[in-house]
Write a new protein. Structure first.
Ligand code: NAD
Length: 340
């Protein structure tokens, strides 16, 4: 089975590609390697994928390409003919989407339509894509079920994710492509995104740098550990559904003030906190109802916030030590970089 993973150099994409290679699948990663956060982390993620492929005797190929560019995608699909698309590439982040909505529409909406077109033209058997808990907007009736209203997004980012769900529904209707949209809830863990609170807080608290806390600390998030998310993605890849969306969360609400204390305990230092007003585009709470994903995907997250944050801190400490000693990720033989 050959799976084309877009955004495979990023956080969730690299963990997904690693899991696929570990179980022996062929993986083609398409990633434009943008500088939304440091490119070095993405390059290191790719080296991990090369090493994983080598270790497990799986085939891995990487294309640096923009998945909203139909010509580039045609070339790659004609060369690779993947069985399955796992479309995780996107411009992530709520606040920057308010500053540059055009960029988000291009990357997220045009990117998803382009991949759906490829799925249609190249007869892909299953299309799995990243949606987001942000589609629930500022709903306050918790937990959020997939059938809850999603027509009132509060940021351009959230609106692009809802648009992706609508385009997937359309392509399923027109061409019968099996499409599964996964609404991720605040994902964290090793190789996490430095713009998100979990890694940002671990980094700043470890270094004694003040953290910004927006609001009074009562906002809450359903933080979900990366390994649990990957288990839901693999289940969706393996079990095509005609056209569905599923929540992938942890179904455990953590208040921001408690989250900071969990990070403090894992790092072993007190945070210095700047209190700032709530930010436009932020929502007060997220909380996943997992009834549907448990029933239809067998999705059952197992990582508590305390255990997950401990793993993140361990990874962070190992990274810091490695960088301090001047060691860089070693080059790996035997992988191929495609041309597009
Ligand atoms: P990430 O930024 O680490 O990964 C996204 C990757 O996509 C990056 O490596 C980037 O270079 C690549 N990319 C972006 N636009 C591209 C394009 N046009 N062509 C090719 N590559 C492109 O983000 P992530 O946290 O791993 O998120 C993965 C997916 O999950 C995204 O679709 C995101 O919207 C969604 N999501 C993430 C979270 C979370 O908590 N991390 C929550 C909800 C939804």
């Amino acid at each position: 089975m050959k799976v084309l993973v877009t955004g495979g150099a990023g956080f969730i994409g690299s963990h997904t590609a690693e899991a696929l290679l570990t179980r022996g699948n062929s993986v083609v990663v398409v990633d434009e390697m943008n500088d939304y956060y440091n490119v070095r982390q993405k390059e290191e993620n790719l080296l991990i994928l090369c090493a994983t492929a080598e270790k497990h005797g799986s085939r891995f190929k990487f294309y640096r390409a923009d998945c909203s560019d139909a010509r580039q995608m045609e070339t790659i699909f004609a060369a690779e003919r993947p069985d399955i698309i796992c479309h995780l590439a996107a411009r992530a982040g709520v606040r920057p989407s308010i500053a540059d909505p055009f960029l988000y529409v291009q990357a997220n909406v045009t990117g998803t339509v382009t991949m759906l077109e490829m799925a249609h033209r190249f007869k892909v058997k299953n299309f799995v894509y990243a949606s987001s808990s942000s589609v629930y907007g500022s709903n306050t009736k918790v937990p959020f079920a997939e059938s809850d209203p999603t027509e009132k997004p509060v940021s351009p980012y959230a609106a692009t994710k809802k648009a992706c769900e609508l385009m997937a529904q359309t392509y399923h209707h027109l061409y019968g492509i099996p499409c599964t949209g996964l609404r991720f809830f605040t994902v964290y863990g090793p190789r996490g995104r430095p713009d998100m609170a979990p890694l940002m807080f671990v980094d700043k608290i470890s270094r004694g740098v003040p953290i910004n806390r927006f609001g009074d600390g009562s906002s809450s998030r359903d933080y979900t550990y990366i390994a649990d998310i990957v288990s839901g993605i693999l289940a969706s890849i393996d079990n095509p559904h005609p056209c569905e969306v599923f929540n992938l969360g942890n179904s455990g609400v953590v208040r921001l003030s408690h989250f900071i204390s969990v990070v403090e305990a894992a790092v072993g230092k007190k945070a210095v906190i700047n209190v700032l007003p709530d930010q436009p585009g932020d929502v007060p709470t997220t909380f996943a109802d997992l009834t549907k994903s448990a029933r239809q995907l067998g999705y059952r997250p197992t990582t508590s916030i305390e255990a997950g944050i401990r793993k993140l801190v361990e990874w962070y400490a190992a990274q810091a030590q490695r960088r301090e000693s001047g060691e860089t990720a070693s080059a790996v033989k035997g992988y191929s970089w495609g041309e597009a």
